[in-house]
Design a protein around this ligand. Structure first.
Ligand SMILES: Cc1cc2nc3c(=O)[nH]c(=O)nc-3n(C[C@H](O)[C@H](O)[C@H](O)COP(=O)(O)OP(=O)(O)OC[C@H]3O[C@@H](n4cnc5c(N)ncnc54)[C@H](O)[C@@H]3O)c2cc1C
Ligand code: FES
Ligand code: FES
Length: 497
């Protein structure tokens, strides 16, 4: 069978540890976790929540890094589908112990620090520690916390595990044996899939396509306009594991080479739809520090290693973290159907709850994020019950410029306050051209109350949401005003909350 650009292939090729696998006749929705436990009988990888929250299923994926070596990342096996392994190396806890029984340094460190009690979470923690070890190790407490925030332990407590991370150390950057090993694996993986056609699975349970270029992706989506686009699967995976949906066909964009990069022009950052949060993080942080911090707080390391900015937009969620920030920055998205592309301001993409300006057969190709011009201050505040690994109750994002104490530019956007991420136009109007003082701050807060009717749900009541949104404006005021005003108002803010 010929594809838009070449031929199709019907077996999934990957390395399980160091062993080659070629799988046919597999349900494209089978998760990596199910495959490991039920087909390979490798039960080291555990199932806790089956929704990406607990980290018990953490595995490491390796891919050629394009520079002759390998790039490794942790993901949640419970929400990744088996065909997404094509062209990759899957490493599980079974891979770590040497054939002579010697434990890997991260396993030995867990033993030495008493980092395990019942042991259920341990393989997941070990794999997160292994990832740190592969990247050279980590001593900084904050960085270790960040790497482990997606792994939950109910018995041991995190102190010994953090100590294990420090004790295990990491592989030396100039370790020539390790470099050679990685180069060999990269070459092997490349030979397994390069020039071998597009992965296309036809199974009674459903079809699955993994195009390799955006032209091929566009053609496939025109041919299958009702297909489910699969990016990182951190939403789609849960449709299968929690909602028991059948998806047919699935078109996976993670192997589309030309949408995997972030590049910068003088005025903007352009993020391809296949770029994960982890890979977009640094560049977004350069555009505005608060966007970088926002992305760092999305889910966990495992979620950020899989989830994409494009998916966060395309899913249309009113509580996605990047859309309000990107709206406040004036971002646009490029939508593509066949050979036709159109640019849409992000704020116009979200029409109403569950409805976006995207027709069947169209996909998000890239996100264009303008760099704030000189004098524009950007702030974003995520409010959730837990600091890490939690979904937002309210998110406020603001781009503000003041000249001689007057607000000359102001864009405000909120998440969690309406059926879509939304710009606060009345609030903006209440401030633009006015003095940036307490009276006008209060007017902007009143305007906010007149344009949003937030809902009550398990995360927050509507009253709480409104109060928090108004207080975020106060926070903005404090942070962008003279220190003496800030000092005076801190008491007032505390009283508000
Ligand atoms: C444990 C956990 C924690 C999470 N924490 C957060 C959080 O803190 N903040 C947050 O905002 N979100 C969070 N999420 C939600 C999720 O991670 C994000 O929404 C993520 O950005 C989705 O991206 P993805 O690449 O995984 O999308 P997928 O799951 O692959 O797809 C999501 C949707 O977008 C569509 N889609 C994806 N890419 C495209 C494209 N290029 N063109 C057209 N349609 C497309 C898919 O068809 C699907 O409808 C969390 C999820 C989990 C499981
Ligand atoms: S089983 Fe909990 S994150 Fe996968
Ligand atoms: S050791 Fe029991 S859950 Fe972590």
């Amino acid at each position: 069978m010929a594809s838009a650009t070449g031929s199709f292939r019907s077996d999934i090729r990957f390395l399980l540890g160091d062993e080659e696998r070629s799988l046919r006749d597999i349900d494209p929705q089978m998760t990596v976790l199910e495959y490991l436990r039920l087909s390979e009988r490798k039960s080291g990888t555990k199932e806790g929540c089956a929704e990406g929250d607990c980290g018990a299923c953490t595995v490491v994926l390796g891919e050629p890094d394009g520079k002759g070596g390998m790039a490794y990342r942790t993901v949640n096996a419970c929400i990744q589908f088996v065909p997404t392994l094509d062209g990759k190396q899957l490493l599980t806890v079974e891979h770590l112990k040497s054939t002579d029984g010697t434990l890997h340094p991260v396993q030995q460190a867990m033993v030495d620090t008493h980092g395990s009690q019942c042991g259920f979470c341990t393989p997941g923690f070990v794999m997160s520690l292994y990832q740190l070890w592969l990247d050279g190790g980590e001593d900084d407490r904050g960085a270790i916390n960040d790497a482990l925030a997606g792994n939950l332990c109910r018995c041991t407590g995190y102190g010994p595990i953090i100590e294990a991370a420090r004790k295990a150390g990491g592989v030396a950057a100039n370790d020539s044996v390790e470099q050679k090993r990685r180069a060999d694996i990269a070459a092997k993986l490349t030979a397994m899939v390069e020039g071998e056609g597009t992965l296309a699975l036809e199974h009674p349970a459903g079809r699955y396509f993994a195009p390799r270029t955006s032209d091929e992706l566009a053609a496939l989506l025109v041919a299958h306009p009702d297909a489910t686009v699969l990016a990182g699967g951190t939403d789609v995976g849960l449709w299968v594991t929690k909602m028991l949906k059948r998806l047919d066909p699935i078109i996976y964009i993670g192997d589309v080479a030309d949408i995997q990069s972030v590049y910068e022009t003088q005025d903007a950052l352009i993020i391809g739809a296949g770029v994960t949060y982890s890979r977009a993080h640094e560049a977004l942080g350069r555009v505005a520090a608060d966007v970088g911090e926002l992305v760092r707080r999305i889910g966990s390391r495992q979620i950020r290693n899989a989830g994409t900015v494009g998916g966060n937009i395309a899913n249309g969620s009113p509580i996605g973290d990047t859309p309000p920030a990107l709206i406040a920055l004036g971002a646009k998205i490029v939508l593509r159907m066949g050979d036709v592309r159109r640019e849409v301001p992000l704020e116009e993409f979200f029409i109403s709850y569950g409805k976006q300006d995207r027709v069947a057969g169209e996909f998000v190709e890239s996100v264009i994020v303008p760099k704030p011009h000189s004098g524009l201050v950007f702030k974003a505040y995520k409010i959730s019950k837990r600091f890490d690994q939690d979904i937002t109750a309210v998110l406020g994002a603001f781009a503000i410029k003041t000249d001689d104490g007057k607000v000359s530019e102001f864009r405000a956007a909120f998440g969690g306050m309406a059926g879509t991420p939304m710009r606060a136009k009345k609030c903006e109007a209440a401030l633009i051209g006015k003095d940036w003082n307490e009276a006008n701050l209060n007017a902007a807060q009143m305007a906010l109350a007149s344009e949003f009717e937030p809902m009550t749900d398990m995360r927050a009541s509507k009253e709480y949401r409104m109060l928090v949104a108004q207080n975020l404006l106060t926070k903005l005021f404090i942070e962008t005003n003279a220190p003496d005003v800030a000092t005076r108002l801190v008491g007032k803010e505390a009283a508000h909350v």
